[in-house]
Design a protein around this ligand. Sequence first.
Ligand SMILES: CC(=O)N[C@H]1[C@@H](OP(=O)(O)OP(=O)(O)OC/C=C(\C)CC/C=C(\C)CC/C=C(/C)CC/C=C(\C)CC/C=C(/C)CC/C=C(/C)CC/C=C(/C)CC/C=C(/C)CC/C=C(\C)CC/C=C(\C)CCC=C(C)C)O[C@H](CO)[C@@H](O)[C@@H]1O
Ligand SMILES: O=c1ccn([C@@H]2O[C@H](COP(=O)(O)O)[C@@H](O)[C@H]2O)c(=O)[nH]1
Ligand code: MG
Length: 353
Amino acid sequence: MSIILPIVALLGTAIALRIMHPVAEFMELFDKPCNRKQHNGAVPLIGGVAVFFGLAISLMVSSELELHSRLFLISAAMMVFIGMLDDKYDLSVRLRLVGQVIAASVIIFGGDLYISNLGNLLGFGSVELGLGGVLFTYLAILAAMNAYNMIDGIDGLLGAMGMISFFTLGVIAALNGLEEVQLIALLAGCALIPFMLCNLSLSPRYRKIFMGDAGSMFVGLAIVWLLTMSTQPRFSGGELISPVTSLWLVAIPIMDMVTIMFRRMKNGKNPTSPDRDHIHHFYLRAGFTSLQTLVILSSQALILAFWGLVLNQLQTPEWASLLLFLGAYTVYCRQFKMLKRKARALSEAQLEK
Ligand SMILES: CC(=O)N[C@H]1[C@@H](OP(=O)(O)OP(=O)(O)OC/C=C(\C)CC/C=C(\C)CC/C=C(/C)CC/C=C(\C)CC/C=C(/C)CC/C=C(/C)CC/C=C(/C)CC/C=C(/C)CC/C=C(\C)CC/C=C(\C)CCC=C(C)C)O[C@H](CO)[C@@H](O)[C@@H]1O
Ligand SMILES: O=c1ccn([C@@H]2O[C@H](COP(=O)(O)O)[C@@H](O)[C@H]2O)c(=O)[nH]1
Ligand SMILES: [Mg+2]
């Protein structure tokens, strides 16, 4: 594979970041702090458009684009546009979900691309969804887009989760002869690097920026599209990646979303109403800094993704991989107890002062 394409992805994002700053000023596309958003100053919400540009430009120069890639770019452009409207005008839940469904439909119906096979999840043979797979694919796309949006709550976390998912998928694809997925996953991971540098304020030449909902939904869409291409026998040209491996690659965002939706419903709240009860907020309340939280959650995501890779390559039975994933989820849930205890001790110590 040519080294040029990853460089194009990197430079594409970096140049787009420069171009987007005046656009953000003109459109007043900034994230301003409030009760729920506790960052410093107004931060431009331009990361998503820039990363989309980096990936799109590198895909376009890579070769003649396959139909699926073209449809993905159309769907992603729609999602980025809707996300920008949301970042600017704070769209209603219903309007945003309608936008997500329309963007998902481009991929599903345009390319007849949907998840119809879940693998031998229960140990009784392959679980075939038939046309029910279309509904499942909508759920998976919506789940991924919203999960990556929800995890985007501290500096670097969305970028790190995205890079871990893309690069691990790239490695699994390479090991299994899925050349197209390998290339696109690598390019997507590279397109995120300049964003990460700015988001973490590691670049002296660039101002701090956020992804915005445009970017978080784009990252979720890109991941679920690549996972569908690489796990469904109708689409993957080479050896298959087992569908259950997908769960390991998106583990932390999906676990956070499932947990918070259950918790909100248990507390009689609307599962789509925002709050500060995501996993990263628990770490902050327990006294960890934003950087420590980033390192801890990225390490967890990396371990889970690597473990998924190992299970896939060892051809572990899919039902066993699912059981192990549910086991990992119970371990994940246990950390809330520890974090609550730490937060309580911290606030008691502060009261005593
Ligand atoms: C609202 C909110 O939280 N806000 C945040 C956010 O604030 P921000 O300001 O950015 O945003 P807003 O507040 O403006 O909010 C915007 C959002 C909205 C308004 C909409 C919110 C919408 C929702 C919450 C609903 C989400 C919609 C759904 C449809 C999700 C429901 C689905 C599920 C829970 C089930 C999971 C479904 C799956 C299909 C799982 C697979 C997922 C994948 C991605 C992989 C797909 C790939 C494949 C190839 C298929 C995989 C094959 C398999 C083998 C999987 C098999 C799966 C099953 C059999 C299903 C059963 C599932 C399992 C066994 C696994 C279960 C998982 C676990 C146990 C973990 O951000 C702020 C900052 O943080 C924050 O403050 C604010 O609160
Ligand atoms: O890199 C980031 C991303 C987000 N935050 C904080 O989280 C909220 C939620 O982001 P949305 O734009 O609503 O999706 C954001 O307002 C910031 O307060 C962050 O600090 N760093
Ligand atoms: Mg968001």
